[in-house]
Design a binder for this molecule. Structure first.
Ligand code: BES
Ligand code: ZN
Length: 628
């Protein structure tokens, strides 16, 4: 396996069109880029494109964002590399209205295949060996699942392309292995600002026109756009925050330690190569906690707790600047290479900046989430999805986005660290990121690299690498996390549950959010609505500003039918679109025979959600979705 990967790299470098000796010195960096872009890629079941035959290498995107029709009209012009002198280049497109296609300035007859579930249509454009540029004029439609248009006094638009929604707003080779650089000009209403995963403005332009440049090659799932009434505040020398004016100050104080995080990350695993690191706080409808768009993380406002308690999300998205954005999963079957590594790196940043106790509490919460996910997948008869290496052919890549990739991945890497010692593992990881920068990684090539550069055969079998990666469930040698603080919380909880202490003596006020989450999520089934009321009276949990605490509290409220919290539940579901919160709350309502309540809330909430969240909740509340 080791040799196979090496041979592949060497072969793909040889197979470039010009021999290295003919290259002028000033062309060399372009040649390096081309060599990277020419690397033979693994088969990806979620793309129509055939990047080993003909590949896009650079995008010039000219777009106009129209809030009245809720469409983007654009021309996407790509520089292409016809690697095997093939007669057509294939791109992914889904729900786009294409008006014309040109090759080197001449209109051509293109083909758009029938739309296939999940992956959309193949856009085939005729080319020959001399073709240099293809140009597609198109508009987005209501079927653009990546886009969410948020109404309001100042409207807002944002994109969320991962995993395979980039193709719903830009025709592209939408496979994580295909990297492109891009330039863009974007025109928006003149009272709004536009931002991309690129070099960004910090003030609004007078005419609503913005230009963007992304000089480092990135996969299509990392192309992003946001348009809105957005302000900027610097944090450190190379860090800052963007948000709507009403939250910009809160956001800037919440993320005031961002520069320390970047410094800590660089100290661990090498230079941050993307120039600036900024965070954009989006409207509450954003379907994820965060998205690692290069140079500009997109984040949910639900992490603005007012006490910096939820900043591990920033550490996570920052860590993706190495794991994911520099070394990228080859296909969505290798998703754990993006997320497991990122959770591990996130934890190391948290430990470096805030200390081991805080990162250990996070690790223990991660373990609890992992156990819950394992149980759920088992009950749903989906044990195959508990493998790190996934098999998502003919399925939505979304199916693989579970705690397995994140937390089983994390514990696997932690076990390797504990086996080899931290010093060796850190040196290994640093070299791994550096030597594979701007490349893709498959699970198999990672394992080969791991064997070659870190693990002895004895260590490999002690860890039981094969079982961790290809086996179901979790091996028994999973590292144990036990934090003193949680043990104390458990003691207090059992004493209160047994009536030995009063709610007022619980010590809640002094607890971190992690301790509070641990307390609430482990409440005994014997604690009914009346006892929940006692806690609520003492600590006003139903109106906490910490959304992680609120979320576990609302789950318990649903289960115990603690109706005083239902007003808050409704408000939360109608304003927040973050799938990690929204989906389990509806599921809990359905599981506890409160489907009518779920449907009533969903009817109001659904128009505010992004397609990613709608997709998950529709599947659960099918009858409601039909009436919408
Ligand atoms: N890249 C992911 C989000 C994602 C994954 C979007 C797959 C679409 C498909 C991002 O880095 C992430 O993991 N976000 C988490 C937060 C994190 C702290 C675990 C989230 O959104 O909850
Ligand atoms: Zn992530």
């Amino acid at each position: 396996m080791k040799n196979w990967f090496l041979i592949l790299c060497v072969f793909s470098i040889w197979s470039c069109n010009t021999p290295e000796s003919n290259v002028q010195p000033n062309e060399r960096s372009d040649r390096t880029k081309l060599m990277i872009s020419n690397m033979k890629l693994a088969r990806d079941p979620h793309t129509w494109s055939k990047p080993n035959q003909a590949r896009v290498v650079h995008l010039d995107w000219n777009a106009k964002v129209d809030f009245t029709t809720k469409t983007i009209q654009a021309v996407a012009t790509y520089d292409i590399d016809n690697i095997t002198d093939t007669s057509a280049i294939v791109l992914d497109a889904k729900g786009l209205r294409i008006s014309s296609v040109q090759v080197d300035g001449k209109e051509v007859a293109y083909q758009l295949s029938e739309e296939k579930q999940f992956i959309g249509s193949a856009l085939s454009i005729p080319i020959d060996s001399a073709s240099k540029k293809i140009s597609i004029a198109y508009a987005t439609t209501d079927a653009a699942e990546a886009l969410l248009w948020v109404d309001g006094e100042h409207p807002f638009l944002f994109t969320q392309s991962q995993a395979i929604l980039g193709r719903t707003w830009i025709p592209c080779q939408d496979s994580p292995g295909v990297r492109i650089t891009y330039n863009a000009t974007v025109e928006v209403p003149s009272d709004l600002m536009a931002l991309m995963s690129a070099e960004n403005p910090t003030v609004k332009s007078a005419d609503g026109k913005y230009t963007f440049k992304m000089d480092q090659p990135i996969p299509a799932y990392l192309i992003a756009l946001a348009v809105g009434d957005i302000a900027f505040k610097p944090i450190g020398a190379t860090t800052g925050v963007y948000a709507q004016p009403d939250v910009i100050d809160l956001a800037a104080s919440e993320f005031s330690e961002m520069q320390q995080m970047v410094d800590a990350a660089e100290k661990l695993y090498g230079d941050y190569v993307w120039g600036r690191y900024d965070v954009l706080v989006l409207p509450a409808a954003f379907p994820f906690g965060g998205m690692e768009n290069p140079k500009l993380t997109f984040a949910t406002p639900t992490i603005l707790a007012g006490d910096k308690s939820l900043v591990s999300l920033v550490a996570h998205e920052l860590a993706h600047s190495w794991s994911g954005n520099l070394v990228t999963n080859a296909t969505w079957n290798d998703f754990w290479l993006n997320e497991g590594f990122t959770v591990y790196f996130e934890q190391r940043i948290m430990e470096a900046v805030y200390g081991r106790e805080r990162s250990e509490m996070l690790a223990q919460l991660a373990r609890q989430d992992l156990d819950a996910t394992l149980l759920e997948l088992k009950e749903a008869d989906m044990n195959a999805d508990t493998r790190l290496k996934l098999a998502l052919e003919e399925r939505s890549p979304d199916d693989g986005m579970t705690d397995i990739a994140y937390n089983k991945g994390y514990f696997f890497l932690r076990l390797i660290e504990e086996t080899t010692g931290r010093e060796k593992f850190d040196a290994f990881l640093k070299e791994y990121f550096t030597s594979h920068a701007f490349q893709v990684m498959e699970t198999e090539s990672f394992l080969a690299y791991l064997r070659k550069n870190l693990l002895t055969p004895e260590q490999e079998s002690a860890i039981n690498v094969q079982d961790w990666v290809y086996g179901e469930g979790i091996p028994s040698n999973i590292p144990i996390v036990n934090t003193q603080k949680f043990i104390l919380v458990d003691n207090v909880r059992t004493n209160w549950e047994a009536g030995k202490i009063q709610a007022n003596n619980i010590g809640w006020a002094k607890w971190s959010y992690q301790e509070r989450v641990h307390f609430v999520s482990n409440l005994s089934p014997a604690i009914h609505a009346g006892k929940m009321q006692e806690l609520d009276d003492a600590f006003e949990i139903s109106s906490t500003g910490n959304n992680e605490v609120l979320f576990v509290w609302l789950l318990k409220a649903i289960d115990r039918k603690y109706t005083p919290a239902y007003g808050k539940l409704r408000e939360f579901l109608v304003t927040v679109g973050r799938r990690k919160f929204v989906k389990p709350l509806y599921e809990e309502l359905v599981r506890t025979d409160q489907t009518a309540i779920a449907q009533k809330i969903y009817q109001v909430a659904r128009p505010h959600y992004h397609a990613v969240t709608v997709g998950s909740v529709d599947a659960l509340l099918a009858s409601t979705s039909k009436s919408n």
